[in-house]
Ligand binder design. Structure first.
Ligand code: NAP
Length: 247
């Protein structure tokens, strides 16, 4: 896929899936804006890897849940590059506990980052995409948002919310050639899943028809396809990459 000249913002690109997406977009020759919130050293490593592979990009720290920060960051990108073509709403977090133990702070953290963050970044970036009559927005959901998971009700709510949000926005912006799609991975080996109890991880492995967890690179390949010119007629869709865990 050749995305030469395209400006791509990837939220949460310092680690895990976001880093793999940023690297894949860099290999596809887009200019990658590497967002993160806290972990500057990891974000610098992501950018160094992009450059080492012949790509180009820049760092752009902001909290996706803070509207003022998103506004300022996106304005900075557009002031500098004169456009923004690709948005990957990847930044995410989880705080797992049974329903009865959920605290207001868990709600703020999980819904705030995953759902509010996706809404804010999409709202602010799509404003420019609508004006330029082009844009590709990819939102990271999860198989958990499609099928639920005990102990992850808040996370499931945030990720299911992203699916409904995507379909509604896809209808709003389609006339301006802006597409909005969801990529919903199954379980991947990242910092996030490292926190899952071992017993739960084993149970999931047994339930996956293809018998293994998905890799970050497999998710990134789907993102690159959706960012490219061959996916122009695809919008409002949910792409599960889950080894058949949810059909
Ligand atoms: P991860 O390894 O925990 O990395 C999370 C990333 O999000 C980091 O780059 C982090 O930045 C960033 N981030 C967190 N809160 C942020 C905020 N408020 N503002 C800006 N950046 C923020 O996560 P992951 O496992 O790669 O997951 C990435 C996405 O895929 C998430 O949306 C997740 O829900 C989804 N997903 C993951 C899995 C899985 O099995 N891992 C499965 C399905 C879907 P810092 O480094 O600065 O903290």
């Amino acid at each position: 896929m050749n995305l030469h000249g395209q400006i791509a913002l990837v939220t949460g690109a310092s680690r895990g899936i976001g880093r793999a997406i940023a690297l894949a977009l860099g290999r596809s020759r887009s200019h990658v804006v590497v967002n993160y919130r806290d972990n500057q050293a990891a974000a610098e490593e992501s950018l160094a890897k992009i450059v080492a592979e012949g790509g180009q990009g820049e760092l752009c720290p902001f909290d996706v849940a803070e509207e003022n920060q998103v506004e300022a960051a996106v304005k900075g990108i557009v002031d500098h590059h004169k456009k923004i073509d690709i948005l990957v709403n990847n930044a995410g977090t989880t705080s797992d506990s049974l329903l009865m133990r959920i605290k207001p702070a868990d709600w703020d953290q999980v819904i705030g980052t995953n759902l509010k963050g996706t809404v804010l970044c999409t709202k602010i970036v799509s404003r420019y995409m609508i004006r330029q009559h082009f844009g590709r927005i990819m939102n990271l959901s999860s198989v958990v948002g499609q099928m639920g998971n005990s102990g992850q009700s808040l996370y499931a709510a945030s990720k299911a919310g992203i699916i409904g949000f995507t379909k509604a926005v896809a209808r709003e912006v389609a006339s301006r050639s802006v597409t909005v799609n969801v990529v919903a991975p199954g379980f991947i080996e990242t910092d996030m899943t490292a926190k899952l109890p071992e017993k739960l991880r084993e149970e999931f492995l047994h339930a996956i028809p293809l018998g293994r967890f998905v890799t970050c690179e497999e998710v990134a390949e789907m993102i690159v396809f959706l960012a490219g010119e061959k996916s122009g007629y695809i919008t409002g869709q949910v792409f599960g990459i889950n080894g058949g865990l949810y059909m």
